[in-house]
Design a protein around this ligand. Sequence first.
Ligand SMILES: C[S@@+](CC[C@H](N)C(=O)[O-])C[C@H]1O[C@@H](n2cnc3c(N)ncnc32)[C@H](O)[C@@H]1O
Length: 279
Amino acid sequence: MLSYRHAFHAGGYADVLKHWLLVEVLSYLNSKDSPWTYIDTHAGGSLTDFESALARKVSEYRDGIGKLWASRNAAPSSIAAYLALVEAFNSRGKLRWYPSSGILAQRLARAQDRLHLFELHPADYASLIKCFHSRRVGHCYREDGLNGFLRLLPPPSRRGCILIDPSYEVKQEYARVAKALKAAFKRFPQGVYLIWYPLLADARAKKMAEGIMQLATDNYLKTELRIRACSGMGLFGCGMVVLNPPWVLPERCQQTLPWLAKQLAQDNSAGYEVTYKIR
Ligand SMILES: C[S@@+](CC[C@H](N)C(=O)[O-])C[C@H]1O[C@@H](n2cnc3c(N)ncnc32)[C@H](O)[C@@H]1O
């Protein structure tokens, strides 16, 4: 069950889409002084070293952040904040280190904000807690995130962002995510929820995404990034559903996704879709 290691996939195109959207949401929450709470149900580790043996086994980042890196100076301004954050972990223009979702959130958190990170893998959990010495800002739990996060809702701040990012290696996870979200939304209907899902020949993930959108029929954004044709084998892209998105997000998607799809394309089928309804 815990054979999945995010270090193999860190910085891949899936991380790019997810982390860019996460940075957009948290930056938007930072536009007001009132505190926010960030919850990451599947946080992964802390920083991935692309020169480590683990990351070099697959080097998925070459098809993700690696492709953006060289042309980052020509990137649209709507993705600049994400690229600048990644750059801050690297020196002299060399791409070696890549932050996880929790570390990105930590960088964007202010003194008044709070982070709650769930991670089951012992090695990834150990690397996370090393980066979160101060419990005042962050708390890491070696615990099932889909069960654990519900007790934290609603957060005292009543402003919050919840990232749900399982690997879906266990097929029951689609149903678990849908069920947990339904319960979460009941407790905290104002939260901004980001849910990542894979694009696969099997329509299970798409069906889950459609179901999740029913929770906020008048306030959601769904985006899908295809990087290659569906061959029937493996991922051909990924998607994100954002419930209660910041009102600026549709425009940011229109500004960013054409460039992202072009940079990350692996064949002529590459492209993107955005559907939304904003209250
Ligand atoms: C896709 S990775 C997360 C990547 C991370 N959110 C990021 O964007 O950098 C999924 C992580 O969830 C962990 N995991 C798997 N099942 C879990 C569970 N039930 N609760 C919490 N973490 C879990 C895995 O060990 C893995 O590190």
